[in-house]
Design a protein around this ligand. Sequence first.
Ligand code: SF4
Length: 420
Amino acid sequence: MSQYYIWTIGCQMNKAESERLGSYLEQLGYRATATAEEADFIVLNSCVVRQSAENRVINKLNALKSLKRLRPNLTLAVTGCLVNSEVDQLRQSFPYVDYFFKPGDYPQWMVKKAESVPVLPRHPSPCTFVPIIQGCDNFCSYCIVPYRRGRERSRRVEEIACEVKELVHRGVKEVTLLGQNVDSYGHDLPDKPDLADLLNELNAIDGLARIRFLTNHPKDMSPRLIEAIAYLDKVCEQISLPVQSGNNEILKAMRRGYTVEQYYQLVTQIRSKIPGVALSTDVIVGFPSESPLQFQQTVNLLTELRFDTVHVAAYSPRSGTIASRKFEDNIPATEKRERLNKIEQLQENIATEINAQLLGRTVEVLVDGKKKGKWQGRTQSGKLVFFSDNGNYLGQLMKIRIEKTSPWSLQGKVKADSAD
Ligand code: SF4
């Protein structure tokens, strides 16, 4: 039997696509293998969101060139964000790669062989990702995604609902709907449904316990969506809302399309409508010309709004983006590192305090796997919980009494009569 190996880097979108691609290949008769060296078919599912990620992909491709030389029958394919509209150029640079294809746009021989075979994982995890919109129309000045993933393309509500029903049939309890900007969902479809419509439809699916979604865009998150999250019982009270900076000039240079004041208003609105909501955000430090005062404004925003999670990155210019053409990368690396450390330390303290409030409380956890001998799962608000117990709890909703907290996760014990 032929064997395949998929090397995936990047975001959840890529992971979801690799899972589907793996399932597709298995339905074509391939079997997964643990190492690229053993495989007959290798796929690189690439991420190029940062220059360093693109460099890793190129290095991997160069390493595979020798493997292909040793084993000419090996089939090599590349998908993901590296595959832009200039495929001919990619073919010239990497002539030993057999196929370049955009995510989900499988080569003809695969499609012909599979006919109408569904690409859903046969044995999905209880918590599974479901892409709902590809691409992005926003062109934030630092971001390469719109150039690589193209314009927004939404999948139809009926198609997604049908897929989620089938996933539930295969054992899935929780879906995370994915998109670069889920708040844009549906604007390109005939009846212009929005994310609230989609959530309503999915909330009615029997057997599905939870629905999450990411990532939101502060300029596009509507009051209608906030209402839907508040009243739909299966929709988790967890929102990812990247702010990127606490200074309006920097936000303008980033082309984010909102002001700090509008962001505060949105958070206030969300928190008043959805009590107990867990908010996470993303921040870039050291954007070109970010002054110490402008950075301090970001620190102030994070201190005041107290997010459950903050993902912080130091700015690095990405060739092909507006920022790389227009602005000089003029904040020294040591300064960027200091700013990043400062935010990480601040957030560690905030998350320590927020999570400590759960000590002694009982939370509901959907168990999605085991790590280092302990069961793990997440609460409705997305907190990671570990517990030890001999039973088999995979895919079950368990009541766990929290006995230990840290900024990153919680630990607890099964409460009697806990299983669903
Ligand atoms: S919203 Fe901005 S940061 Fe997010 S993918 Fe689109 S362009 Fe990139």
